[in-house]
Ligand binder design. Structure first.
Ligand SMILES: Cc1cc2nc3c(=O)[nH]c(=O)nc-3n(C[C@H](O)[C@H](O)[C@H](O)COP(=O)(O)OP(=O)(O)OC[C@H]3O[C@@H](n4cnc5c(N)ncnc54)[C@H](O)[C@@H]3O)c2cc1C
Length: 380
């Protein structure tokens, strides 16, 4: 088996495995849960197709300059807005495709709350894609499924990170029926750390909300996990590790998509900096989407969806954020974090690396002190 030598050169889209007619490539997860290709050299005939299809690291083909339009948008339906992480633009855009009998792809939670890409032909299935999940999603066989849908003449809206969208663009011949919508991204977190984090409580999970607007508002960025026994837990522990860029996929440090040159038809983001446009527009703290329309196809989709949203044109200079300007910096302690996670487990790394977990640090100190005090007293 041949393994990839430099992990920072692979975004895990799986296009190489999906294109290989000899089935010589399979995606295998490493200890952090990130998938990488492995080549079975006995099956491989060195045709080079896998390298040709690989989009990551090749200069992205941005769409022609000049035509971009920048908008702040918010879904008119309050329930939809509250279920969405930004302003609910994704629901409006995908509804327009579903209404035409089209198919929508996006990232959902699986039964075990891992994240995977999936296909929806109706609103109920599509609603599972709502909400940002900051863990890398597993693309499975999506690239081939999209190809199949397009072959059957269906309209497809594919949503995902820029690298996932670009992978699809390289995988398929260009077609009018495929619309690409990327979420602006500052990296994806380790699936293995996430699994360890949710399993440590031993309670069965019902739902996860990575930005619980209902209880804390849009700006606060607090996560809530809802359990089947009716209880829930809100914290910033996982989010805090995520924002530290300490458990990211290595390739995120080399992301070629962190600029205003977008590779998709439409880019969806949070409208951070809204107060420079209008101090009152987010007074209720329910959130706003920033939409960047990059192509005529993107504009057509926005026009079809626009009646579901309140929206206005905005000046991009007033709402530039890091992923639109430059790559993120991976935390210099990420290798140390990784080793600590693998050797000592989730509770240890949460205590050591997450600032937000003060309550659990206090609990830990209390337990340690009590144990020590008991030992001293019993020995007396
Ligand atoms: C990993 C990640 C990092 C992000 N970083 C930023 C950022 O730095 N700045 C910023 O402004 N916005 C960022 N976003 C985008 C933002 O959080 C919203 O997802 C986006 O604005 C769409 O919001 P919405 O209200 O329209 O729809 P929502 O319903 O909230 O969003 C759903 C969309 O997100 C996609 N999605 C959810 N999880 C994943 C995943 N793990 N992988 C791929 N696609 C996923 C779904 O397929 C769907 O298209 C990020 C999103 C993700 C998933």
């Amino acid at each position: 088996m041949l393994k990839i030598s430099d992990k920072s050169k692979c975004c895990g889209c799986g296009a190489c495995g999906q294109i290989c007619a000899r089935g010589a490539i399979s995606m295998r997860k490493d200890e952090l849960g990130f998938a990488y290709p492995e080549i079975n050299s006995e099956k491989c005939n060195d045709c080079g197709l896998c390298e040709k299809i690989c989009s990551f690291g090749k200069a992205p083909e941005a769409l022609p300059e000049g035509g971009q339009q920048y908008l702040a948008a918010r879904h008119k339906d309050n329930d939809t807005l509250m279920e969405s992480r930004s302003g609910g633009a994704f629901t409006a855009l995908s509804d327009a495709v579903l209404k035409e009998g089209g198919v929508v792809y996006g990232a959902e939670f699986a039964e075990d709350f891992s994240v995977r890409h999936s296909r929806a032909t109706g609103a109920d299935q599509r609603n599972r894609f709502r909400g940002s999940k900051y863990i890398q999603s597993d693309m499975g066989a999506c690239l081939r499924e999209v190809k199949q849908d397009l072959k059957q003449g269906k309209k497809v809206l594919f949503s995902g990170t820029s690298c996932q969208c670009d992978a699809l663009k390289h995988f398929l011949p260009s077609t009018d029926n495929l619309i690409l919508a990327d979420v602006l991204c500052h990296g994806v977190a380790s699936p293995a750390v996430w699994q360890a984090y949710i399993k440590k409580d031993k309670r069965e999970i019902k739902a996860v909300d990575f930005r619980d607007k209902k209880h804390f508002g849009w700006k606060e960025h607090k996560e809530t996990i809802y359990y089947k026994d009716g209880s829930s837990k809100s914290s910033k522990s996982f989010t805090d590790l995520y924002y530290k860029h300490i458990m990211h996929r290595p390739c995120c440090a080399e992301c070629p998509y962190n600029s205003l040159d977008r590779v998709t038809d439409i880019t969806m983001a949070d409208f951070w900096g809204w107060e420079k446009t209008d101090r009152e527009m987010n007074a209720d703290d329910k959130g706003y989407s920033l939409l960047i329309i990059n192509s005529d196809k993107g504009r057509e989709l926005f026009n079809a969806a626009s009646s579901d949203m309140e929206w206005r044109n905005v000046d991009i200079a007033s709402c530039m954020q890091r992923p639109l300007k430059s790559r993120i910096e991976i935390n210099p302690r990420c290798t140390e974090f990784e080793n600590a996670f693998l050797e000592k487990g989730i509770n240890y790394v949460l205590r050591k690396y997450s600032d937000r977990n003060i309550r659990s640090q206090m609990r830990y100190l209390y337990k340690k002190t009590r144990k020590l005090a008991r030992k001293i007293l019993l020995n007396k």
